[in-house]
Design a protein around this ligand. Structure first.
Ligand code: KIV
Length: 287
C-alpha cells in the first residue's frame, strides 16, 4: 500500500496486522496541497471494482458523478439520474475506497428548490451513501444552499463553467466564461461559493486563462476538466481516461486501452468455452 500513497498526500495512519492502512484524504489535505502547489487528482468511479483500483492507485478524490447516467445507466445525459440511483453507486465506492475522499453529485432535481431541499438530499447521500462530500452545480444562485450544508458539517464541492445539468439552457456542451463579462461572472460565482463554505470548485470547459484567474483568486482548490493546466487539480470521467468509449471529448486524454483489453479477454474466454479448453482440471472439483 505504501507505493499507492504518494509521499505528498496523507501517509499511512497505522499498521494493524502488518497491513498499512492509508490515512483518508480530508478537506484540510486539499487546502494543504493547494498551498504547496501539489496537483490534486480526481477521477469518477461508480462501483466497488473501479473504486478499489483507483483508490489503490493513489487517486486523491473519487467522484461518484451523475455522469453515471451516460457512462453506466444507458441514459442520455445526467438530467434523468435520480438520488435513488446515485446512492447505491456511492455506497459501493465508499465501501471500496480506504484513502480517497469520496464526493458524490447531487443529481438534477434533488437540491435546487431550497437550501433545505439540498440538505435533505445531501444528508441521505452521507447517511446512506457514506460519502465525505457532495457536489452541486451552480454559482451565486446556490450559495445559500452551500452555506447551509457547510454549516451543517457537509463539505461541498462546487461546479462551474459547463454544468451538464443545465445543458438545455446552455445550448449543449459549450465552453463557458468566454469574453470579459462572462469570465468575470464565473470568477464572481467561484468567490460566492468559496464565501459560502465550498471546499473546492470543479471548473468544466472554461478557457484556460479564466480558470487560471479563478485559481489565483480563490484560496480553495480548483479542479479542472477541459479548463487547462492552470487549475489546482484535474478530473476526468474514468471511461474516457481508460479508453472504454468510442468517442471522448477533446479535453480528455486516453491513458489506456482498457476497452480493447476487455474485448480481447472476452473473446478469448468465449473461444476457450467453445473449444472446451476451459474449464481445465485446475478449475475442476474432482469429487
Ligand atoms: O458527473 C461528472 O462526471 C462530473 C465531472 C464531469 C466533473 O461532474
Amino acid at each position: 500500500m505504501s507505493e499507492q500513497t504518494p509521499a505528498s498526500t496523507p501517509a499511512a495512519s497505522g499498521t494493524p496486522g502488518g497491513v498499512p492502512v492509508p490515512k483518508r484524504v480530508r478537506v484540510h489535505h486539499l487546502a494543504q496541497m493547494k498551498e504547496r502547489g501539489e496537483p490534486i487528482t480526481m477521477l469518477t468511479a461508480y462501483d466497488a471494482v473501479t473504486g478499489r483500483i483507483f483508490d489503490e492507485a493513489g487517486i486523491d478524490m473519487l467522484l461518484v458523478g451523475d455522469s453515471i447516467g451516460n457512462t453506466m445507466l444507458g441514459l442520455h445525459g445526467t438530467i434523468p439520474v435520480t438520488l435513488d440511483e446515485m446512492i447505491p453507486a456511492a455506497r459501493a465506492v465508499t465501501g471500496a475506497a480506504h484513502r480517497a475522499m469520496v464526493v458524490a453529485d447531487l443529481p438534477f432535481g434533488s437540491y435546487e428548490a431550497s437550501p433545505q431541499h439540498a440538505f435533505a438530499s445531501a444528508a441521505r447521500m452521507l447517511k446512506e451513501g457514506g460519502v465525505h462530500a457532495v457536489k452541486l452545480e451552480g454559482g451565486e444562485r446556490i450559495a445559500e444552499h452551500v452555506r447551509l450544508l457547510s454549516q451543517s458539517g457537509i463539505p461541498v464541492v462546487g461546479h462551474l463553467g459547463f454544468t451538464p445539468q443545465s445543458e438545455n439552457s446552455l445550448g449543449g456542451a459549450r465552453v463557458q466564461g468566454r469574453g470579459d463579462e462572462a469570465a468575470e461572472r464565473l470568477v464572481q460565482d467561484a468567490v460566492a461559493l468559496q464565501e459560502a463554505g465550498a471546499v473546492a470548485v470543479v471548473l468544466e470547459m472554461v478557457p484556460a486563462p479564466v480558470a487560471e484567474r479563478a485559481t489565483e483568486v480563490l484560496h480553495i482548490p480548483t479542479i479542472g476538466i477541459g479548463a487547462g493546466p492552470g487549475c489546482d487539480g484535474q478530473v476526468l470521467v474514468w471511461t474516457d481516461m481508460a479508453g472504454m468509449t468510442a468517442w471522448a471529448p477533446r479535453f480528455a486524454r486516453k491513458f489506456g486501452d482498457v476497452g480493447a483489453a476487455l474485448y480481447t479477454a472476452t473473446r478469448t474466454y468465449a473461444g476457450a468455452v467453445r473449444e472446451r479448453t476451459f474449464p481445465g482440471p485446475e478449475h475442476t472439483f474432482a469429487e
